[in-house]
Ligand binder design. Structure first.
Ligand SMILES: NC(=O)c1ccc[n+]([C@@H]2O[C@H](COP(=O)([O-])OP(=O)(O)OC[C@H]3O[C@@H](n4cnc5c(N)ncnc54)[C@H](O)[C@@H]3O)[C@@H](O)[C@H]2O)c1
Length: 296
């Protein structure tokens, strides 16, 4: 099977490419070179906004796993056109080329950002979509394009919640808080929490996300959307306490004023993913201990 992973130099895409690199004929594409030594020769550099380039790389491919995106919420406000070009136009280019060439399957990695401020938790796939940033809008637009193209190509949509791994960026809106807390406690300083710390998130380890991408690829139904998370929520205060405990730091985190747009609670309803056989194995304490060693 020939697999193309877009965004393969990114934090999630590099793990996805790593999973398929051994078993399949997998290649990646990204604007940037891949920082992972074992994968760098598998990643072609190019821009998915360019339709001619997209046609070239999609030819002969059986499956596309589309992760490439502009992922910064802040940048999406600063330059919403750039955000839309990378998240919407690039997705349309891929869908069009895939449907022209008869690609078997298309897996689109969307985001929990499409839900906006939750009206209820846990959030199931039918929850109203009400994005609160241009980034959330562009990810949702990508989903709608996938839906209409599902008449021509088998398309599955995956909505990850807060993905964490050793390759996290402290500025990542989803799980940057973990990288920030770890790097600060490693310098024997106290983590800073914005607001009262009672805001919750569903942190899912990259292993589970990659497992689910594989399940979605093999068993995801055409035109369907699946949340991927753990189904458990943890407060930012609890997260800070666990990380301080791992670092052997006593004391309390520092509280600062809350940030505008910070969602109060977030937690995935993963019943639909479970029906496909997904069983998340994230163990926050254990996984944070492992990652702690790998983050500076
Ligand atoms: N990190 C999370 O917790 C999370 C949660 C939900 C959804 N997602 C989604 O997962 C995907 C991957 O996110 P990530 O955290 O790995 O981000 P990332 O920024 O690390 O990776 C995205 C990659 O896409 C590439 N890219 C962007 N525009 C491109 C273009 N026009 N042509 C070619 N490559 C391009 C970037 O260079 C980057 O390497 C994104 O679609 C994001 O919306 C991430």
């Amino acid at each position: 099977m020939n697999i193309l992973v877009t965004g393969a130099s990114g934090r999630i895409g590099s793990y996805v490419l790593g999973r398929f690199a051994d078993e399949c004929n997998a290649v990646g594409v990204d604007l940037k070179p891949c920082p992972i030594k074992d994968l760098k020769d598998l990643v072609v550099q190019g821009d998915l906004r360019n339709y001619e380039f997209v046609r070239e790389i999609v030819r002969g491919v059986d499956v596309v796993i589309h992760l490439a995106a502009q992922v910064s919420v802040e940048n999406s406000w600063n330059d919403p056109v750039y955000d839309a070009e990378n998240n919407v136009i690039a997705t349309i280019n891929l869908l069009k080329a895939c449907s022209d060439y008869g690609t078997d399957r298309f897996v689109y990695i969307s985001s929990a950002a499409v839900y906006g401020n939750p009206k209820y938790v846990p959030i199931d796939e039918e929850h109203p979509k009400s994005p609160i940033s241009p980034y959330g809008v562009s990810k949702l637009a990508g989903e709608y394009y996938c839906r209409v193209f599902s008449d021509r190509i088998h398309t599955v949509i995956v909505r990850p919640f807060n993905v964490f791994s050793a390759r996290m960026d402290p500025n990542n809106p989803y799980s940057g808080v973990i990288a920030k807390f770890i790097s600060i406690v490693k310098r024997k300083l106290l983590p800073v929490i914005y607001g009262d710390g009672k805001q919750t998130r569903d942190f899912v380890h990259i292993r589970d996300v990659v497992d689910f991408v594989e399940i979605a690829l093999k068993r995801g139904e055409n035109g369907e959307t699946y949340n991927v998370g753990t189904g458990k929520e943890i407060s930012i205060l609890e997260l800070a306490e666990i990380i301080m405990d791992i670092a052997g730091i006593n004391g309390k985190p520092v509280f600062d004023k809350s940030r505008p747009g910070d969602i109060r609670r977030s937690c995935a309803d993963i019943s639909k993913a479970k029906k496909l056989g997904f069983e998340p194995k994230t163990d926050l304490r254990r996984d944070l201990e492992e990652i702690f060693e790998q983050i500076d």
